[in-house]
Design a protein around this ligand. Sequence first.
Ligand code: ATP
Length: 362
Amino acid sequence: MAYVQIQSLVKSFGEAEIIHGVDLEIEKQEFTVFVGPSGCGKTTLLRLIAGLEEVSAGTIHIGGERVDHLPPAERGLAMVFQNYALYPHMSVFENMAFGLRIARVDKAEMRKRVQAAAEILQITELLERKPRQLSGGQRQRVAIGRAIVRQPKVFLFDEPLSNLDAKLRVQMRVELTRLHQALKATMVYVTHDQVEAMTMADKIVVLNKGHVEQIGRPLELYHAPRNLFVAGFIGSPAMNFLKGRIAGLSANGIAVALAGGGQALVRCRPDGKAVEGASVTLGLRPEALNANGPGDSTIAGKVRMVERLGGDTYIYLATADGSDITVHAPGDIVVAVGDPIPVRFSAEKAYLFDEAGEAFAR
Ligand code: ATP
């Protein structure tokens, strides 16, 4: 049995079912990220694990023990919130020690654990300060410290970095990954930010409208999204989608007649659903497109906007059928708004989805 095992989990608030039967396994020491758009149920799922919400149906096991009927304090978990939830009148030390004091851990042990956690988080010199005397990043460390001292079976993080500025967020991302390695802890982390998910996770759980769309390692989801939702959600900037119809099947792959004109060749297995004339969606990652470069298929477009980031350029093209596509190009590419440019891609780099949004096997 996996370390955390969630089976057929359902949660309703009144009449409204929010989590629709989620099955999920989390291994010991794994860093698992729940990611999905706002309102998809990721926080609710985390709160169900924590015991802050009651399950409507289904079970949760942690370390082989069924916990879904236990109160939060008896589940052996520690949760770190987005707003840090520090006590303003207590010092950093007292904030970190609070949970241990409630649990009647003896004073010497308490001091030892707080000191050790403070050292890991490099906040030893802040232990006597009050939360208002700390920066956002320091407060976040204290909140994490409070979880560490409890030596929980599982750490639960609810969007812990979303109140930090962009630069600090990147820094804390690295620190949390380092912390995960140092503590060898099991961590579950909620975010709506797919970049956080990609960079931190051992395993990503993509949620949408209260159900699991796909579970996998970050690059697994990037290279083999199961459906349109995952394809559009994982990867930044997002995958481009173009409508078309299957024009023919050959040993080289599936030929797609694009609604905006032109044909695209996609290397995927011509299984049962590859029927001539069937409506499909072609998926092309911005980084798979070559502006003025080589490829098996070509899409013609006109440059609508150019975004230069220094090392990279993003070109926004308007195609003949009015769809917009994003193209990743080198920083020094010569291109201007209004230019007509051909964009090419290789058949291996293209994705195909059927009318229901399910990916074709590759
Ligand atoms: P966000 O990224 O915006 O925090 P989320 O994916 O974490 O979103 P949840 O907070 O889990 O989403 O909410 C999922 C759905 O459940 C939403 O439609 C929300 O309105 C609803 N919901 C959450 N808590 C309650 C509650 N206590 N009572 C009623 N509905 C709730």
